[in-house]
Design a protein around this ligand. Structure first.
Ligand code: AMP
Ligand code: GLY
Length: 414
């Protein structure tokens, strides 16, 4: 099978490794890729926002499957164009990608599907905004309705800050604050059948102890030893299956990965958000644990053939830690030289924001590398990830030292 993977981050590096290890894969291509991905795939300098160039590349390479990593090309409708051109494509249509592209749309579909989520109001005037803020009270949760590259959500007790953010958005969703641990749980769907993956937990704040600004994610781990035993089955029953059925009933079937961000509240599961693609960095802990051959799985999803499939997982634990550039997330400094990358057994160093010259590897983004450790439990996985990341030098870079710490202590105590 010849595959074209679109994207250039740590998520795509993990997907590339997963795809490459499936024996059916004969050729793996990536656009635009990065220096890490170039070690496992042929990379092509095509922009993820150039739909026509992506279709043309798929045609030139005559691939059997296209896998879209990031949300931007999906919301731009690249999957529709690829399907029209005859390619099996893993990734939702433009219409289905609105589950990530518009929070109001996601709320409407959840409402119709009977899926539990925070109560919310969509506002476009100052009067509506103030009424909603005062109606829900503190902490205020204010979300830009559209795609905002991880910067759209403000959760604050400060009414002025909430109001300022709301007024800066064209359309804004204001909602009830959900209290409870957050998890990420992904469903792989062919439009009819959906397979729930194991859950992961992401660390969104920049600094230890969940301090500092929101980021794309500073680390993740899987499995979650503290989560309820039936969490996968419940999320499938209460969220994934009804969402996939509702999208099909609307004539906009969802083919691809549905990312569910959940809050486990005292009143049950509540959806915080949907994304329409694999999470980053959750993918960097899930793919190394997945036993089911990835290319075959994504091909079956793309060709409406998932019925009767199930997913198999290693019993191992995985912890990933993001090495971020100086100034991330507000103003990441790029162009720094990255020292040699250690080769340590049971660790993976995924490239997220890197570029290369003949002589050196350089940082080119806010999240530079994601380092995953695998172990028999979270403690061992953490030790490996931190041993590896501590050996990488990039001036001014930083990483959180508490990824999966509480969960690993709790696991040891059991
Ligand atoms: P998002 O960009 O939608 O992932 O939101 C960023 C973060 O804001 C989430 O990971 C949550 O920690 C927080 N958040 C979003 N919505 C809510 C909510 N209704 N209640 C509490 N926290 C929320
Ligand atoms: N890790 C959060 C995301 O992928 O959106």
């Amino acid at each position: 099978m010849r595959i074209l993977l679109v994207g250039s981050g740590g998520r795509e590096h993990a997907l590339a490794l997963g795809l490459k290890t499936d024996p059916v894969v004969t050729e793996l291509h990536c656009a635009p890729g990065n220096p890490g991905i170039a070690e496992v795939a042929t990379i092509h300098p095509v922009s993820i926002t150039d739909n026509d160039a992506i279709v043309k590349l798929a045609q030139e390479l005559d691939v059997d499957l296209v896998v879209i990593g990031p949300e931007v090309p999906l919301v731009n409708g690249v999957a529709d164009l690829l399907r029209v051109a005859g390619f099996a494509t893993f990734g939702p249509s433009k219409a289905a990608a609105q589950l990530e592209g518009s929070k109001t749309f996601a709320k409407e579909v959840m409402h119709d599907a009977g899926v539990p989520t925070a109560k919310s109001v969509t506002c476009s005037t100052r009067a509506e905004i103030e009424r909603a803020l005062d109606g829900f009270g503190t902490p205020y949760v204010v979300k830009d309705d559209g795609l905002a590259a991880g910067k759209g959500v403000v959760v604050t007790d400060d009414r002025q800050e909430a109001l300022d953010h709301a007024l800066a958005c064209r359309r804004v969703v204001i909602e009830e604050f959900l209290e409870g641990p957050e998890i990420s749980l992904f469903g792989i769907s062919d439009g009819k059948t959906v397979l729930a993956m194991e859950p992961a937990q992401d660390f969104k704040r920049a600094f230890n102890g969940d301090q500092g600004p929101n980021t794309g994610g500073m680390g993740a781990y899987s499995p979650l030893p503290w989560a309820p035993n039936d969490i996968i089955e419940r999320t499938h029953r209460e969220v994934l299956a009804p969402m996939i059925a509702e999208m099909a009933a609307r004539g906009t079937p969802f083919v691809g990965l549905l990312y569910v961000g959940l809050s486990l509240t005292d009143h049950g599961l509540r959806v915080i958000e949907f994304n329409v693609r694999f999470g980053d960095p959750e993918t960097q802990v899930l793919i190394p644990r997945l036993v089911t051959p990835l290319a075959t799985l994504l091909y079956k999803a793309a060709t409406r053939d998932l019925a009767g499939q199930n997913l198999q997982w290693r019993n191992d634990s995985a912890v990933t830690v993001v090495l971020a550039a100086d100034g991330y997330p507000a103003a990441p400094k790029t162009g720094g030289v990255i020292s040699s990358i250690p080769a340590i057994a049971d660790t993976y160093v995924f490239h997220a924001g890197t570029s290369s010259t003949d002589a050196s590897l350089l940082s080119s983004g806010g999240r530079v590398l994601t380092v995953t450790g695998i172990g028999s439990d979270l403690t061992e996985a953490r030790d490996r990830a931190y041993r590896a990341i501590s050996q990488i030098q990039l001036e001014g870079s930083f990483y959180r030292t508490d990824i999966a710490l509480n969960a690993s202590v709790a696991e040891k105590g059991n």
